[in-house]
Design a protein around this ligand. Sequence first.
Ligand SMILES: *[C@@H]1O[C@H](CO)[C@@H](O)[C@H](O)[C@H]1NC(C)=O
Ligand SMILES: *[C@@H]1O[C@H](CO)[C@@H](O)[C@H](O)[C@H]1NC(C)=O
Length: 471
Amino acid sequence: MQAVENIQKVLSELDPCKLKVLALSSVGVGGLLCYLAWRRQPKKIPFGDGWWRVGEKPFAEDRTIRPFVVETSEDVIQDLYERIDRMRYTDSLEDARFHYGFNSTHLKKVASYWRHEFDWGKQVKVLNKYPHFKTNIEGLDVHFIHVKPVQRAGQKVLPLMLVHGWPGSFFEFYKIIPMLTKTDGDFVFEVICPSIPGYGYSEASQVQGFTAIAAARIFHKLMDRLEFTDYYIQGGDWGAFITTIMALIKPECVRGLHLNMVNARAGGVKAVISLLLGRYFPFLVGFTREDVCRMYPFMQKNVYELLRESGYMHIQATKPDTAGCGLNDSPVGLAAYILEKFSSWTDFKNRNLEDGGLERKYSLDDLLTNIMIYWTTGSIIPSMRFYKENMGYDFQKIMTNTTKVSVPTGFAAFPHELMHCPWVWASSRFRDLRSFTYMPRGGHFAAFEEPELLAQDVQQFVKKVESRRSK
Ligand SMILES: *[C@@H]1O[C@H](CO)[C@@H](O)[C@H](O)[C@H]1NC(C)=O
Ligand SMILES: *[C@@H]1O[C@H](CO)[C@@H](O)[C@H](O)[C@H]1NC(C)=O
């Protein structure tokens, strides 16, 4: 009773004005709490829809999934040989190595191997060792391989989509697939590995505007068509952009996102301060010692090197069809253009070598198989257009997107990646960063170059996600 009287006394002493303030401020606090709760909710981003052929979208959709076999005709090979034989070379400058681009002495050697020793028929058999399919989504025939696991008693099967980038293809994953579909652990993966529309055996859009957002949506639709409702996704290069967008537009289907390239950065002034202080006082801005090793000297690593390596991007983001003409007409030109990326993006130091260091990490057979996927499908121009669509159309939406990602995320940071992303930046965008690994070696083409390391990292990440789910 005493308490109630006390409260009444207090209330009666409060003047109405003070009461109003009290009421307003409690509304304010309530509102703030609601706002914080709302902010914590992952933002729902529209899923959208598309149609990528000239003309109207038909009423009925063809949802069939057709088996597909990579085939090759003798005509294509004859034509290829004639073109290789007709190649006009220009001597490289003395001691130019790979600094001006592909050294022409070495290019002749690659072309000669391609012409006289490379066995495309044999590589086609390699390509067909996994089952391929095509299905039509948003008007495009989408190609993918689908590898069922070797399941042991008690093992859980987890679907995993692997997404490639440029200038790669689904073939980049051929060595890592068996490491994921056959494991000793508690789980094993069922791998789905699509070709981005316009790349390899996936049909290219006939109309403008085919971005990573469209690719992300199409890949979700593909998983839905395969009756998967809950899956892991993995990617580097464009694959990292696409899978990140997948996690934004349909997070409820993404059990975990694993990346070997991260698109995250600190905002304007904060980034400048971090970078200025980071070298000398890394602890102040949250950089680790390893981050500092990988990021500095800053101008050298993040400005000069990137300028040196990104000329292709400016061309592809502006006039892809012009430069693409020559590449689509000359197989040796195409090989030089693509293989030079495999050289320097694996390790910048490869520019100092006459052979670009290509065969230190890859076999010529594997490298040329990737080239053949571009050559035989004529997909270099559509693959280059993807830059224009993503960078020209809405830069904010794709390239500098900072929308927070809520799904469990794992990041394998390879030391020779084009640009290092420190943990603090990655964790500010990927709100549930479950694993961040400084990988001991390897560059931009992680799956192709270091399949074992990448497979291990994917597995330890998935193990973390699964063990927390089962708790
Ligand atoms: C590269 O190629 C040219 C001839 O095409 C040659 O003169 C040059 O010395 C080569 N080697 C190196 C290490 O640059
Ligand atoms: C980031 O990407 C998503 C998914 O495509 C998009 O809906 C969103 O608008 C983008 N955010 C910005 C700031 O552009």
